[in-house]
Design a protein around this ligand. Structure first.
Ligand code: DOR
Ligand code: ZN
Length: 360
């Protein structure tokens, strides 16, 4: 029996005619770029496809100060000319109100909340979200116009962690009605209900959560390259999230959560979560939207929704990065080299129906 996602990689374009696709300013609203050699290896793939990426702060050490965020932004900008890193600040109990104000002055607009221990690089995360200290920080964040991005998982049973965290999302949405809160990498169909209930709740969706189910990760031989947090869930979660993407739900933006790890780590006894999708994200999204005849919604899903919901007009201004994709099969590389190691690419070895045209 072939996996659900295989249908997007057979040559479905043979029986139908497709025109070229033009996307204006594609935006990746959740991205891990890492640092040093790995940053150099992976950044070109995001910069090639996206005008801007929201850069996650879970480095070692994490980006907990404005100075660290500004240095990191400079490091990224030195390596790419045509890509805007949109920085995030790592929320923790000792974050001072002064530091938050300084971040705001330096143009940092996203605060990222990791519950302690929930995922890679969350060791310094928040122990108790609903605590006096964190609520005080969030109150100022609301006044300063920050967006709060949350890796929302409890420490309960792994498949129910996002669902269990919904009560925290809802409490925060009620307590801070002027604070925009993002359910990052939405993975559970039950989160869609919370999204409808609160005006100030938004979400990002990854490619892997809309195309894969747990069967793909664990149903045959174990696939460490498909292991990520939050865990990929059931076929009905996948189907509901896929529909949400295809309809370009106005409160939902694309965020790849492209999270590279070296194969030597991924194939060890303690594989970290993270899926590297940056090299193929737009091309595979185009195939999926074409397959369902929903290409008219792709621009909203990969750009317009985020531009509006994150108020990016003042950042993008009159930027016109046009990315073109043409209906031509190309073989996705298995991996990308990084120093003496390699990073597996999501869907490596398969043939994708839309190919990005270089030289935009
Ligand atoms: O799978 C994941 N990988 N989920 C996260 O939340 C973090 C990420 C990473 O940094 O590797
Ligand atoms: Zn992430």
């Amino acid at each position: 029996m072939s996996a659900f996602f295989e249908r997007f990689f057979d040559d479905f374009t043979k029986s139908r005619e497709f025109a070229d696709i033009e996307l204006l300013n594609p935006l990746d609203m959740h991205l891990h770029l890492r640092q040093g050699a790995m940053l150099e290896s992976v950044l070109p793939f995001s910069a090639r496809s996206f005008a801007l990426g929201v850069v996650m702060p879970n480095l070692n050490p994490p980006i907990t100060t404005t100075a660290l965020a500004v240095d990191y932004r400079d490091e990224i900008m030195r390596l790419s000319e045509d890509f805007t890193p949109f920085m995030t600040l790592y929320l923790h109990e000792n974050l001072s109100l002064e530091e938050l104000k300084e971040a705001s002055v330096q143009g940092i607009r996203i605060l990222k909340l990791y519950p302690k221990g929930a995922t890679t690089g969350s060791e310094n995360g928040v122990r108790e979200v609903v605590s006096e200290r964190i609520l005080e920080i969030l109150s100022l964040a609301q006044d300063l116009g920050f967006i709060l991005s949350i890796h929302g998982e409890s420490n309960g049973y792994c498949m129910d962690r996002e669902f269990e965290f919904l009560e925290v999302y809802e409490f925060l949405a009620r307590s801070f009605p002027r604070l925009k809160i993002i359910i990052e990498h939405m993975s559970d169909r039950r989160s869609l209900e919370s999204l409808e209930k609160y005006e100030n709740l938004y979400a990002t969706l990854t490619l892997h959560h809309i195309l894969l189910s747990l069967d793909d990760v664990l149903g045959g031989l174990m696939q460490p390259d498909l292991f990520c947090k939050p865990m990929i869930k059931t076929p009905s979660d996948r189907d509901a999230l896929l529909l949400c993407a295809l309809s370009a739900h106005p409160k939902v933006s694309f965020g790849s959560d492209s999270a590279p790890h070296l194969q030597s780590k991924k194939y060890s006894a303690h594989a970290p979560g993270g899926i590297f999708s940056a090299p193929i994200a737009l091309s595979v999204l185009a195939s999926v939207f074409a397959h369902y005849d929903r290409l008219e919604n792709l621009q909203s899903f990969v750009s317009d929704n985020a531009r509006k919901n994150y108020a990016l007009d003042s950042v993008l201004c009159d930027r016109r990065k046009v990315v073109r994709l043409t209906p031509k099969m190309w073989e996705i590389p298995q991996s990308v080299a990084c120093e003496n190691d390699a990073i597996s690419v999501l869907f490596g070895g398969r043939k994708s129906a839309f190919r990005q045209i270089e030289g935009n």
